[in-house]
Design a protein around this ligand. Structure first.
Ligand code: COS
Length: 375
């Protein structure tokens, strides 16, 4: 692994930082207070190529790789974690379409995601009764004479009220047989889809999180993405990459907390210096773990699940600890609800939950250790 950033990676990082400094960071607190979905910023991210960092240029992506993607998410999360998660899910949905789609599916949808024509895309896997046990989903797609009929409910769907495309996982029925879980491309404007009210979350208010109900939604026969019955594997592969995105978001949160604490003079006092240096060291360790997972994915490794889960586990735990500790060291003023450090503490919590809880990351790591041994 080359620890030196390439000119392309530095360029992507600089692009993200410039856009964040000018537009995303200055409005983060206001955006949090109003819970306004960041349509303008998403358009700016798309204009800068950041909605398809690891997607081929012929589909409108930057084709800059996974390390560059991680650096971009880190920069955006440092400015506003709510914008970063929206961007990360868009990149993940775009990559799934670009990787598993037929030529027709790719040409029709991916350029709309990378160009910003679709403000966002949604990854519809979790359900009210199945989050960690993703395979326990109840949503069902039944083959009809002309296509598929979908019934079920999805929960905690990022960008669900704004997405231009849904990727929906469902148990599949074909002539009474059940080939397993399949993945479907669903147009969010179809009849039978209802979008629940935005969830009132403790943090990341400007990201949109809703439930989606599918009531006899009819979709065409060619809406299957990838092989019929093989959708669960696609979800797991996508989540391996998605976890690198959330690890990167977590690092951005920790970077922001450390910067705010430094500005407040933490680190200059002998009482806080030890803790402060250790926090910096832990954030750096989490960053290197995350970049390594990104590099493995970028180099075409057939299995980077363990590294992605380790990065997500470590970075999300570090982000939570660092944000909390910085708040404590800065003092009571930082505990005001709308103080930027209090916002980071609130924003950090969900990084230990979405795209697989810390407990699930431990399961993935343990299974891989049992199967493949230690490094
Ligand atoms: N890449 C490719 N294939 C994978 C894979 C991966 N990372 N992980 C699992 N698979 C495959 C397995 O090889 C297996 O394939 P076969 O059926 O062909 O043997 C299949 O998927 C089922 O795997 P497994 O038996 O491990 O599935 P489990 O139901 O036990 O689930 C966990 C495993 C718990 C890891 C999974 O349910 C999970 O990740 N849950 C968390 C879900 C999540 O992160 N949700 C967040 C949603 S977005 S906010």
């Amino acid at each position: 692994m080359n620890l030196q950033l390439t000119p392309t990676q530095r360029d992507v990082q600089a692009r993200a930082r410039e856009l964040c400094g000018e537009h995303i960071a200055p409005r983060a607190l206001l955006r949090d207070a109003s819970a306004e979905f960041p349509l303008d910023d998403l358009r700016r991210l798309a204009d800068a190529g950041l909605m398809g960092v690891n997607i081929a240029a012929e589909l409108g992506g930057l084709e800059a790789g996974v390390v560059a993607y991680s650096l971009a998410v880190q920069a955006v999360a440092k400015a506003d974690p709510a914008v970063a998660v929206t961007m990360a899910v868009n990149n993940m949905v775009g990559e799934v379409l670009a990787y598993f789609g037929t030529d027709a599916q790719k040409q029709e949808l991916v350029p709309k995601m990378t160009s910003g024509e679709f403000s966002s895309g949604s990854f519809c896997l979790s359900e009210p009764g199945s989050g960690s046990d993703a395979a326990g989903m109840l949503t069902r797609a039944t083959r009809t004479s002309e296509g598929w009929r979908i019934n079920g409910t999805k929960a905690w769907i990022t960008s669900g009220a704004y997405a231009g495309v849904f990727l929906v996982w469902a148990q599949t029925s074909v002539d009474g047989e059940d080939p397993g879980i399949s993945l479907f491309i669903v147009d969010p404007t179809l009849e039978g889809i209802s979008v629940g009210p935005p969830e009132e979350k403790m943090g990341q208010h400007a990201s949109n999180t809703v439930s989606l109900a599918f009531d006899d939604v009819l979709i065409p026969a060619d809406a299957v993405l990838g092989e019929l019955g093989k959708g669960f594997r696609i979800a797991m592969m996508a989540l391996d990459g998605g976890r690198i995105g959330i690890a990167s978001q977590s690092i951005g949160i920790a970077d922001a907390a450390l910067e705010l604490a430094t500005e407040a003079g933490v680190g200059k006092h002998p009482q806080s210096a030890d803790a402060f240096e250790m926090m910096h060291a832990r954030v750096e360790a989490a960053r290197q773990l995350t970049l390594r997972a990104a590099w493995l994915k970028e180099s075409g490794s057939s299995n980077f699940s363990r590294e992605a889960s380790m990065a997500k586990l470590m970075a999300s735990e570090v982000a939570n600890e660092v944000a909390r500790q910085c708040l404590a060291l800065v003092g009571p003023a930082a505990a005001a609800y709308d103080h930027p450090l209090a916002k980071l503490v609130r924003d950090a919590r969900v990084t230990r939950i979405y795209e697989g809880t810390s407990e699930i990351q431990r399961v993935v790591i343990a299974r891989d250790l049992i199967r493949n041994g230690a490094a």
